[in-house]
Design a protein around this ligand. Structure first.
Ligand SMILES: Cc1cc2nc3c(=O)[nH]c(=O)nc-3n(C[C@H](O)[C@H](O)[C@H](O)COP(=O)(O)OP(=O)(O)OC[C@H]3O[C@@H](n4cnc5c(N)ncnc54)[C@H](O)[C@@H]3O)c2cc1C
Ligand SMILES: Cc1cc2nc3c(=O)[nH]c(=O)nc-3n(C[C@H](O)[C@H](O)[C@H](O)COP(=O)(O)O)c2cc1C
Length: 445
């Protein structure tokens, strides 16, 4: 939380609180003095900022904040130029997404703050960059932020520390630079939370005969106590390979109340015909009853804001996983806002997956509206973005009524086109505002 230095703002906030908490005038004055003291001390203290698309750097930032009492923990979108100008010490945990791009919770900062050149001569900072060397612009957004901070006069405590998602041991370098003690011989703690053991209970081929890649529904049983998670969270699965384990992320389709973890997987085959490492192992090699190491990563950027907010869920293919979790959560609530689902697939004859569950929810009113698009052989809209454009009036009404939008699935061929359709329907500024306000949330890959 940023404590405002504006006394009028503070007084108004305190008065509003006092109205229902029954604060006496004396307590109010004391609170106001304390507030002013905090407002002066706050900006001088440690600021911990993060930019995270799927929760990894946010988790590291949260862990750092937990060890630094009094530190302000903020996503980049919550930070203004004045906050940076009045801060002496900062830590930044910065991921890169897309093609060297800023995560969704930093796009507002990029447009609003990085377009300025504030004087940041007071600021000393440390930056941890999360990325993946398989992408050409490795840690691209972190480098851009680092260069901008230097250009504004801020001083890095040490060079930018890059962490490749396949080499999390580089975190040890960061910890050493930060002066944190590391036990000799102990492996550097990774980004992932502790893994738990599961076994494959069932696997169904969802789309036999489809012109698209095979889609699978996997059901996993925990071998120990069931961990907790929320709709929107991610399963990180450790895939055994000749060169050691590699990690792959999958959106959880189920909730802990079911006692099981459900995933929806597209079996990936490269253009050259090479099977995808993780999806091939999970969809073809793993046998029923075989063990899997899995850790669940909180993905607050794709959580639901509150159960009353009307939800528009948009996705294609395996993206149904992250959307199903939200839908199932909503259906389990006694009173919750309406849900509208738009899902795209290939063929109406082979890819109309989860129809029984979805039609059943429409019948009982758990799903207020269901739209499906098929890119091959069907009548009507071919892609989800066509549905959005055709339903422009209803989409605008949904947003005007305070609704939010959740998008899950492939970045290329879905999320980028949906983004364009939203900008056409709602306007560029409104779409950007929804993202900054976190009423537009994306789990895209
Ligand atoms: C936050 C997050 C959530 C995800 N959720 C899901 C999910 O719910 N279901 C799901 O199926 N996948 C999901 N993925 C994608 C998943 O993590 C893997 O990237 C995917 O299974 C491919 O991995 P692989 O090891 O099989 O292929 P690799 O061996 O890594 O790649 C093989 C080849 O396929 C290409 N490729 C990689 N991914 C894809 C893809 N998705 N489609 C087409 N070509 C591709 C690569 O460029 C490469 O040429 C998610 C990814 C992220 C980051
Ligand atoms: C769709 C997608 C695009 C990505 N693009 C990049 C990139 O351009 N450069 C890079 O270094 N890493 C890239 N990454 C890797 C992420 O930065 C890395 O997985 C990181 O750990 C994610 O952190 P987060 O969970 O905090 O978002 C990309 C990952 C995904 C899923």
């Amino acid at each position: 939380m940023i404590l405002s230095v504006d006394p009028l703002h503070w007084t108004m906030a305190a008065l509003t609180g006092a109205a229902w908490s029954g604060l006496t005038v004396r307590t109010l004055i004391r609170a106001r003095r304390a507030g002013q003291a905090a407002a002066v001390a706050g900006p001088g203290g440690l600021l911990i900022g993060y930019a995270s698309q799927s929760g990894s750097s946010e988790a590291l930032a949260r862990a750092a904040a937990a060890q630094s009492p009094g530190a302000r923990l903020l996503s980049l979108d919550q930070i203004g130029a004045a906050d940076l100008a009045s801060t002496a010490q900062a830590q930044f945990y910065i991921s890169t997404t897309g093609d060297g791009d800023a995560p969704d919770n930093a796009t507002g900062f990029l447009a609003r703050v990085m377009s300025l050149r504030p004087e940041l001569g007071r600021l000393s900072y440390a930056m941890l960059a999360l990325g993946d060397r398989n992408y050409p612009r490795f840690c691209g957004f972190a480098h851009r932020l680092d260069q901008w901070l230097r250009a504004c006069g801020a001083t890095p405590r040490f060079p930018l520390t890059e962490v490749d998602r396949d080499q999390p041991t580089a975190l040890a370098t960061w910890r050493a630079r930060m002066g944190e003690p590391t036990r000799t011989g102990a492996p550097a703690p990774g980004i992932a939370p502790e893994s738990t053991r599961w076994s494959l209970a069932a696997r169904h081929h969802l789309n036999p005969g489809s012109p698209g890649g095979p889609l699978w529904h996997l059901v996993l049983d925990p071998e120990g106590p069931l961990p907790d998670w929320r709709a929107g969270d991610i399963a990180e699965i450790s895939i055994p390979t000749q060169d050691g384990p590699v990690r792959r992320d999958y959106s959880l389709a189920s909730l802990p109340v079911s006692g099981r973890a459900e995933l929806i997987l597209r079996e990936v085959i490269s253009r050259e015909g090479r099977p995808g490492l993780g999806s091939h192992w999970l969809c073809r090699q793993l046998g029923e009853g075989d063990a899997i190491d899995l850790s669940i990563r909180a993905n607050p950027g794709f959580h639901a804001a509150d159960d009353a907010m009307p939800m528009l869920l948009i996705g294609n293919g395996s993206g149904l996983a992250g959307l199903l979790a939200h839908l199932r959560h909503r259906v389990a609530q006694k009173a919750s806002g309406p849900v509208w689902l738009i899902h795209g697939e290939r063929s109406p004859d082979h890819d109309a997956v989860f129809t029984e569950e979805l039609s059943g929810l429409v019948a009982i009113g758990g799903l207020a509206r269901l739209d499906r698009s098929f890119s091959r052989g069907g009548e009507g809209p071919r892609y989800v973005q066509h549905i959005l454009r055709a339903a422009a009036t209803e989409v605008r009404a949904h947003v005007a009524a305070g609704g939010g939008i959740w998008i899950c699935g492939r970045r290329e061929g879905m999320a980028t086109d949906v983004q364009q359709a939203l900008e056409d329907v709602l306007g560029q500024d409104e779409t950007a505002r929804l993202m900054t306000e976190r009423r537009l949330r994306r789990d895209i890959y």
